[in-house]
Design a protein around this ligand. Structure first.
Ligand code: AHR
Length: 493
């Protein structure tokens, strides 16, 4: 029997809207062709940015966007990406596909994108192959108001006012392609680099240190011990790979074994966050340092026939469940998790939209982000869920994941995922602590006939949210029947 008890008067703090953040790297067709086509392109664009992609992303209320990488950040030299575009140097993107990077999308273009999206920029600096001076000058270029070589250069390049920049990452995956460093060494480098990430005028930077990969708890421990006094956030990366890193499986055409494994690995996020947070608590009991999950999502084998370095993959109903369950987990950990950035926005890994020349489609993951935006900056409510198990062969996981929040108007939004692909789930819910009477329950559902149903350029609307009518108010709460393999949003007012 499934039971959900929601205590509407037990508020558990605000869900930082940045948990619904995104990440766009110079990788494959994410920036070039996906976001940026240039002003002279035949593809309709707004100042060089694809208009279709821009309009689609605007509907997600993206709070924060991380750029330029990822691994690319550890080879990025920002000076290559400012000034007249035709004079910018062409380099090779050695990490991702070995293709030419013409640097046409640089600092100015990124801030313009964020501005048009209404998103806060989150810049990841280069600790891997960049100097302290280079990082210091980038921050000066972006944020210094007075006269200085960098601020003057920015003006020469067409931007008079400094930009507001809050989030700055000091390095990316420095335990891996960001330099293969040991945590003790990186902790010292972090302390040094961050010193020169200066706050100019009233621009206050939230400094994010490179954090652990998956279950590298020692990295978290060392960074917190050696450098927590110098950071506002510590990052953390976790990707779901059915089959494992060395034996990635396809994004489509999979059977239930891979569905189950994906759900199991998705749920692991809860355990990882709990353990990293517990270590952080040891050094920071007041939870002043945020845990910043600045890369997460499903990572499969690339689509056949595409450049393996472009990480292009389809996005199915399975990804909708992966996203829905993960976002529920983030909400639950929002006392520590202050930001998360799904990888990546367009055409790379678990994308929001996919493009093919002038065509664009929305993915199931896009729809989950659109449904879940009700949680952004809302108040997390206490929710106790007793879920039946979803059994596969001799293993089992809970079938249901849920999260609830209350918005400023008092509407209670509950997002519920049924991971069981074979069985609908009936939930009786008891609501306590509601002021006045609830008069209305409405819903939306995202589901599809097959495990791997996905939108295509020929059939772009196969997976879309529809109205959900299988929920009713009862005397002490509500009753809902979730279809198998579905993501549901219920709104109670
Ligand atoms: O998102 C793709 C890559 O995954 C990023 O560049 C890197 O940081 C991570 O390993």
């Amino acid at each position: 029997m499934n039971k959900l008890i929601l205590n509407a008067d037990v508020e558990k703090g605000k869900i930082n809207k940045n948990i619904y953040g995104h990440f766009a790297e110079h990788l494959g067709r994410c920036i070039y062709k996906g976001i940026w086509v240039g002003e002279d392109s035949e593809i309709p664009n707004t100042g060089g940015i694809r208009t279709d992609v821009l309009e689609a992303l605007k509907k997600l209320d993206i709070p924060v966007l991380r750029w330029p990488g990822g691994c690319f950040a550890s080879e990025y030299h920002w000076k290559d990406g400012v000034g007249p575009r035709e004079e910018r140097p062409e380099i090779i993107n050695t990490l991702w596909g070995g293709v030419v990077e013409n640097n046409h999308f640089g600092t100015h273009e990124f801030f313009d994108l964020c501005d048009r999206l209404g998103a806060e920029p989150y810049i990841c600096g280069n600790v891997g192959s960049g100097t302290v001076q280079e990082m210091q000058q980038w921050v000066e270029y972006m944020t210094f108001d007075g006269q200085s070589p960098m601020a003057d250069w920015r003006r020469e390049n067409g931007r008079d006012e400094p930009w507001k920049l809050k989030y700055f990452g000091v390095g990316n995956e420095n335990w891996g392609w960001g330099g293969f460093m040991r945590p003790e060494y990186y902790a010292d480098l972090y302390r040094r680099y961050q010193t020169f990430v200066r706050d100019y005028g009233d621009n206050e930077i939230y400094r994010i240190a490179c954090g652990a990969n998956v279950d590298d708890y020692n990295w978290t421990d060392v960074l917190m011990r050696e450098a927590s006094d110098f950071m506002d956030g510590l990052s953390f990366h976790y990707y779901v790979h059915p089959g494992g890193w060395d034996n990635k499986k396809a994004a489509t055409g999979f059977a239930e074994d891979e569905w189950f494994e994906t759900m199991q690995k998705t749920l692991r996020m809860d355990e990882l966050l709990t353990k990293h947070s517990t270590i952080m608590d040891k050094y920071d009991p007041d939870k002043e340092v945020g845990l910043i999950v600045d890369e997460w999502g499903g990572w499969y084998k690339v689509k056949e026939g595409t450049n393996p370095g472009f990480l292009y993959q389809q996005n199915t109903l399975r990804d909708a469940l992966l996203a829905g369950v993960t976002l529920n987990i983030f909400n639950d950990h929002s006392d520590r998790v202050q930001m998360a950035n799904i990888a990546q926005t367009v055409n790379v890994l678990q994308s929001m939209v996919l493009t093919d020349k002038e065509k664009m489609i929305l993915t199931p993951t896009y729809h989950v982000f659109e449904m879940y935006k009700v949680h952004q900056d809302a108040t997390l409510l206490s929710l106790d869920l007793q879920s039946e198990e979803y059994k596969y062969k001799d293993e089992e996981i809970p079938a249901v994941s849920a999260s609830a929040s209350k918005d400023d108007e008092g509407t209670i939004n509950i997002t519920i995922c049924n991971m069981n692909p074979n069985q609908e789930v009936k939930i009786n819910s008891r609501l306590a602590g509601v002021e006045g009477n609830l008069a209305d329950i409405t819903g939306r559902v995202l589901t599809a006939p097959e495990l791997d149903t996905h939108n295509t350029f020929d059939n772009p609307e196969l997976v879309e949210p529809t109205e959900f009518t299988n929920a009713n108010l009862t005397e002490d709460g509500f009753e809902v029947v979730l279809p198998e393999k579905s993501v549901v949003l219920l709104s109670l007012s």
